[in-house]
Design a protein around this ligand. Structure first.
Ligand code: ADP
Ligand code: MG
Length: 408
């Protein structure tokens, strides 16, 4: 699960990690109101207005509606004490940024609408570094990654100058060892007080990653200020979905507006929905059957638009919801219901599909293949419903062929 930069920074600050002061704003007035207290509290007459979206590359991104405007904007007018001018600038920026669509290398060409801003104190940047804590699934351990090339996409550093990426694998029993943190600190070119602060920062960051169950915790840039302080200027955090049960505070930070609406709707019913880019909607039970259904559709010359896994314990209501989610996708030109009833009963699926067709109608061809528990009853329910455009299939291959044929 992803969260916003300002939320990640609050979680880090609570764990002793230095971050700049800032205030979140969802309206123009809130953004303007943030300027004065921020300047007074931080003593810095510069503020930065940052778009909050679940994607990076904002600084270099551009707004669709304002092609000359980036996603991160520095306002200098507070210098010389002209707060009113700074507030005026922030107002003008917030009016343009809020509600507009920001396109970055990470959002894809369609971009993401900006609904929240983070107004942050300006930081006097002497150096921009890169650090992150990522889970290495091969070793099952966290790795602390660091580079002197902060501010740039780490993928680019990895491609062009891989020798500039440093790694320390963390022993979970002891955490990031002092010698490892120092080794990274030296390699980042830190010395004196900045080295001590950098070592403390890296150690606390790795602890925060474990404490919060992140699968990615990236600080890019980590900055050294003119005064020698070490601060997280940006924070990107993704929390392992399987660990959310022990982080109620993190779950509360979920911003549904940032997530795919169909996936949000599906998760309400305990369904797993994955959107793909083909034309055949797939309603299946179990991840294994989902994989083989996609394979066989491809094998028969079609391509899946999504797969929706209703799992093993769905009710008729859940199946109805699942079917509606699939039919709502305009890319879906046909639907393949492929169920192997084990714990899941075929009649439950059949009732769900029939109910959904009654509720919302059916504009596209539908192929149903049922097998397993209560299969006779399930087939009878589907047949007796007399759904136009429906075909039954004897097995998976037969079903895949029929739906590919019908959508051609
Ligand atoms: P993104 O990675 O999405 O582009 P960042 O938060 O890293 O967004 O910001 C991009 C750049 O903007 C940073 O590399 C830094 O140079 C500048 N910047 C961000 N926040 C501040 C700040 N509070 N003060 C000064 N400069 C900032
Ligand atoms: Mg960044």
């Amino acid at each position: 699960m992803k969260i916003h930069e300002y939320q990640a920074k609050a979680l880090l600050a609570a764990r002793g990690i230095a971050v700049p002061q800032g205030r979140v704003a969802t309206s123009v007035d809130e953004a303007v109101a943030a300027v004065r207290p921020l300047v007074e509290a931080s003593g810095v007459p510069v503020v930065v207005v940052k778009s909050q979206i679940h994607a990076g590359g904002r600084g270099k991104g551009r707004f669709q509606e304002h092609p000359d405007l980036g996603g991160v904007n520095v306002v200098l007018d507070g210098r010389g004490g002209d707060l009113a001018a700074a507030e005026q600038k922030v107002r003008a920026l917030a009016e343009k940024m809020l509600g507009s669509t920001l396109v970055t290398v990470q959002t894809g060409p369609e971009g993401k609408p900006v609904q929240r801003l983070y107004v942050e104190q300006g930081v006097d940047i002497a150096r921009e570094l890169y650090v992150s804590v990522v889970l290495d699934r091969t070793t099952g351990r966290n790795v602390v990654i660091a580079s002197t090339e902060g501010g740039t996409e780490i993928e680019e550093v990895a491609e062009h100058t891989p020798e500039k990426i440093l790694r320390e694998t963390v022993d979970p029993a002891i955490g990031l060892a002092p010698f490892q943190a120092r080794r990274l600190g030296f390699a980042l070119g830190l010395s004196g007080e900045a080295l001590a602060k950098g070592v403390a920062f890296l150690t606390a960051l790795e602890r925060a990653a474990v404490d919060l169950d992140t699968d990615l915790l990236e600080v890019n840039p980590l900055v050294v200020t003119g005064a020698g302080d070490v601060l997280a200027l940006d924070a990107k955090m993704s929390i392992d979905a399987n660990a959310l049960y022990r982080h109620d505070d993190v779950v509360a930070l979920r911003d549904l507006a940032e997530e795919d609406p169909a996936e949000v709707e599906a998760s309400k019913y305990g369904l797993s929905f994955i959107k793909l880019d083909g034309t055949i909607g797939c309603l299946v039970n179990g991840a294994g059957l989902a994989m083989s259904t996609m394979d066989i559709i491809q094998h028969e010359g079609g391509s899946p638009a999504n797969f929706l896994d209703v799992g093993g314990s769905a009710t008729t209501e859940n199946v109805t919801a699942a079917f509606k989610i699939i039919t709502r996708d305009p890319n879906v030109k046909g639907i393949f219901v492929n169920i192997f009833g084990g714990i899941m009963r075929c009649d439950t699926i059949a009732n769900g599909v029939v109910q959904a067709v009654k509720d919302v109608g059916l504009q596209v061809p539908l192929v149903v293949r049922l097998e397993g528990t209560n299969v006779e009853l399930g087939r009878r329910i589907v047949e007796e419903a007399g759904i136009p455009g429906l075909q039954s299939a004897n097995d998976m291959r037969d079903g895949a062929r029929k739906i590919v044929e019908a959508t051609r």
